[in-house]
Structures are given as structure tokens and as C-alpha cells.
Design a protein around this ligand. Structure first.
Ligand code: ATP
Ligand code: MG
Length: 248
């Protein structure tokens, strides 16, 4: 399988804090790559850099052979990169349908598409994530679970090749979290996605991921199959703890 994303020697400081330190890894086309590490390890910062929200201090990023290091977020979206946020970022005053329509107009397939066509497409994505009946509700009136699903619909509506998920389960009750995880699997299958997935619930990534990259203080700690990574001494020491399987 070819590498769809190549991250080379990425570094990012915030004032005196080193958030990402000389980090390199690849994502293969079609795989689910889990991305783990303790709170503050730099995971969201990596997604923020890869999606173009913040610039890296050093390093390069290639998407499908194209150097996207200095591209704006919308340019990356057109090349097939989409993300969700750890804390949902809705347009509070837009309806669910309008929110997803905006994404449909911004994504990869954007070929002079009319607003009406984009709205029809958006309706399909809302249906897919189970929000069809909420299409005319303002985003600010949605529940947290519904906001998470709206985030997913907005990302999918850009017709991405690769989807970055920054914690879909956080803030959800166990039943909702379970539904959200199943929704990711369904999206991957239906749309043939490559997925880069940050989650603190190890059992979920062990099940869903083909490989896992673990980071600590912004540096790579381990990389390999889920089995290799969860049994890695450095990962157990820095993040999982010895008894994690009993609590998973
Ligand atoms: N915009 C910012 N300004 C200053 N410091 C920041 C900023 N964003 C992140 N940091 C710091 O960078 C480090 C990495 O944070 P990051 O949010 O990437 O961690 P994370 O691995 O996503 O953690 P969590 O699992 O809690 O979401 C932390 O020390 C954090 O406080
Ligand atoms: Mg984070």
C-alpha cells in the first residue's frame, strides 16, 4: 500500500513549551492509524498542523505526493483532507443542513456546484449520520452527541480521502460513544477512507486500528501493530499503566 500522508521531522513550540518534537510517520492509503499519548502529549497539535490550522516551526507534510506544508486549510480540504475537532466547532446560528451544505461547497468535488445541489448532498450526509430529522435545527440547539455527528457529517461532505478524528468518544455516555465508534467504521467502509484516529479508549483503537503511533512530550515513543504498541514497555510506562487491560 502506498503512503497517502508523509510527515517528516515535524516540530512545534508554544513559547517555551515543546509541543511536537522532530516527529515523523507515514499513513498508508486505506488504513486506520491510531494516535495515542498522555494528555498534553501533542496529539491535537499534530492534527492542527496537518489540517493547516496552525503552522509548524519545522518539518514537511506530503499528501498523496503533494507538498502541503504551507497550504491553507481550504486548499488541503480540496486535496481530500478533512478533520473533526476534539471540542466541536459548530456555526451555532446555522441549521444542521446549512452547516453541512457549507462543507459540501468547500470540498474536493467542488465543481461549480450550485447551492441547491450542495444542499441535496448535505441531506444525504445528515441521513448517513442519523441527523436527517434534525436538519432544520440550529446547531446551538443540538445535543453534544448530535454535535459530534454534525462534525462528522461536515467532514464527510467535503468528500475526503483521509479523515483526522480528534476524539469522537470524549464527552459522550457509553451508549453514544459506542454508536459514534460504529459510525466511524461505517463511514470508513462506505466512503473508502483512510483514518487517522486520536482516542484515549485503548480498547477501541486496538480493535479498529491497523497500526498505532504513540507519542510522549511530542516525540514518537512507539509505532507498530496495536498488539506491539500496547505491550511496549515505554508506552505502558508513559501512558497505559500496567493494569490498563483490566480497566479498558
Ligand atoms: N495554542 C496553544 N498555545 C500554547 N500552548 C499550547 C497550545 N496548544 C497546545 N498547547 C500546549 O502544547 C502541548 C500539547 O497539547 P495538545 O493539545 O496537542 O495535547 P494532546 O495530546 O492533544 O492532549 P489531550 O489528550 O489532553 O487532548 C500542551 O502542553 C498544551 O498545553
Ligand atoms: Mg487533544
Amino acid at each position: 500500500m502506498k503512503d497517502i500522508l508523509k510527515v517528516k521531522n515535524l516540530s512545534k513550540n508554544f513559547g517555551g513549551i515543546v509541543a511536537v518534537r522532530d516527529l515523523s510517520f507515514e499513513i498508508k492509503e486505506g488504513e486506520t492509524l491510531g494516535f495515542i499519548g498522555p494528555n498534553g502529549a501533542g496529539k491535537s497539535t499534530v492534527v492542527n498542523i496537518l489540517s493547516g490550522l496552525i503552522p509548524a516551526d519545522k518539518g514537511e507534510v506530503e499528501l498523496d505526493g503533494v507538498n502541503i506544508t504551507h497550504m491553507k486549510p481550504y486548499q488541503r480540504a480540496r486535496l481530500g483532507l478533512a478533520r473533526t475537532y476534539q471540542i466541536p466547532r459548530p456555526f451555532p446560528e446555522l441549521t444542521a443542513l446549512a452547516s453541512v451544505t457549507v462543507s459540501a461547497l468547500c470540498g474536493k468535488k467542488r465543481k461549480n456546484q450550485s447551492f441547491e445541489d450542495a444542499a441535496v448532498e448535505a441531506t444525504h450526509y445528515l441521513e448517513f449520520v442519523g441527523l436527517f430529522s434534525k436538519r432544520n435545527i440550529l446547531a446551538r440547539d443540538l445535543t453534544f452527541y448530535e454535535l459530534r455527528m454534525l462534525e462528522l457529517a461536515r467532514a464527510l461532505a467535503t468528500t475526503p480521502k483521509i479523515l483526522f478524528i480528534d476524539e469522537v468518544m470524549a464527552g459522550l455516555n457509553p451508549g453514544e460513544a459506542n454508536r459514534a465508534v460504529k459510525m466511524i467504521a461505517k463511514a470508513k467502509e462506505q466512503f473508502g477512507l483512510t483514518i487517522f484516529w486520536i482516542e484515549h479508549v485503548m480498547a477501541v483503537l486496538v480493535e479498529a486500528a491497523d497500526r498505532i503511533v504513540a507519542i510522549h512530550y511530542g516525540s514518537k515513543l512507539a509505532e507498530g501493530t496495536p498488539d506491539e504498541v500496547v505491550n511496549n514497555d515505554a508506552v505502558i510506562e508513559a501512558y497505559l499503566g500496567r493494569g490498563w487491560k483490566e480497566y479498558a
